[in-house]
Design a protein around this ligand. Structure first.
Ligand SMILES: O=P(O)(O)OC[C@H]1O[C@@H](O)[C@H](O)[C@@H](O)[C@@H]1O
Length: 286
């Protein structure tokens, strides 16, 4: 870790061996704490002082090179979902990222700039800013000499008090593909309730999504830009049992609302062009 010491900020940013000995950044600001693993550039925690964690982490997650972390914010790139012969959700979440710089900003938040090496003809950067809210920016530049396409997604796992009582708003009237049936549907009602396995890719939406959680007395706001797809996922009972790195009952306390560009919304970049996917996560009392 000694080569990473230069990125520490006394009183605000410490770098220590985390689970599995993987390097972990521990951030503390006036209003929050956060943690980031260089493995996957994975934000594994964000908590406002005096509030339960905003991000869900599975107690069964692996922390080992070559395997994804279960929970927090997996960075999904350059493809979303399964691909035969290749890892699910791309290689970014399995890669070791490097720190470019760290900074304490004038408003008291802490900013960390990370980079992904060896992503073919792509230059990929990820900026995390932890303060009263959690900001994340994934920037991809095409450094090759031909147009290139990719999907991306910030696969945010949120902690909720009781999934049975949660409702999600912001997607009324939006078309989606139901990944469980492969059918195209339109979200009819103003709020989505989760009472079974749900796995949907909402397309052509830039809307902020709110997660209303009466059990924890808060609403989580997922605001985004540079994103035209939103994924809503909860594995429910059977899939939770099938996932080796996820507790059988953990589906009760988690919900994924993911922001990205998937399927027909995937991004094509001309040579030298770049695009940025930004997500800002905040919460307010109900
Ligand atoms: O197990 P993984 O590869 O992390 O994927 C978890 C889930 O990620 C979600 O984004 C997908 O919509 C689900 O279909 C998938 O099961």
């Amino acid at each position: 870790m000694s080569d990473l010491e230069k990125f520490e900020i006394p009183g605000h940013l410490r770098i220590t061996p985390g689970n599995g000995g993987l390097p972990k950044l521990l951030i503390e600001t006036g209003g929050s704490t956060a943690e980031i693993y260089l493995h996957g550039a994975h934000v594994t925690g964000f908590q406002k002082k005096g509030e339960p964690p905003l991000l869900f982490m599975s107690a069964r997650s692996e922390f080992v090179a070559g395997a994804p972390i279960r929970g927090g914010v997996p960075v999904i790139f350059p493809w979303f979902g399964p691909r035969e012969g290749f890892p699910s959700h791309g290689t970014a979440r399995l890669s070791e990222w490097t720190i470019l710089q760290t900074a304490l900003l004038p408003d008291g938040s802490v900013r960390v700039d990370l980079a992904l090496a060896g992503a073919d003809d792509f230059e990929v950067g990820f900026v995390v800013t932890a303060g009263d809210s959690l900001g994340m920016e994934l920037t991809v530049k095409n450094t090759g000499d031909a147009g290139r396409s990719f999907a991306n997604c910030l696969h945010t796992y949120f902690q909720v008090g009781d999934i049975h009582k949660v409702s999600i708003s912001g997607l009324q009237g939006t078309g989606y593909t139901d990944s469980l049936t492969a059918r195209s549907e339109v979200e009819a009602g103003p709020s989505i309730l989760i009472d079974r396995e749900v796995d949907r890719i909402y397309q052509d939406t830039t809307a902020t999504v709110d997660i209303h959680d009466p059990s924890l007395g808060r609403t989580i706001h997922v605001a985004k830009s540079g994103s035209n797809s939103t994924v809503v996922w909860n594995p429910w009972i059977d899939k939770s049992i099938r996932m080796p790195d996820f507790g059988d009952e953990e589906y009760l306390q988690m919900l994924c609302v993911e922001s990205g560009n998937i399927a027909k919304n995937q991004i094509t970049l001309a040579p030298s062009a770049s695009s940025t996917l930004k997500v800002e996560i905040s919460s307010s009392a109900l």
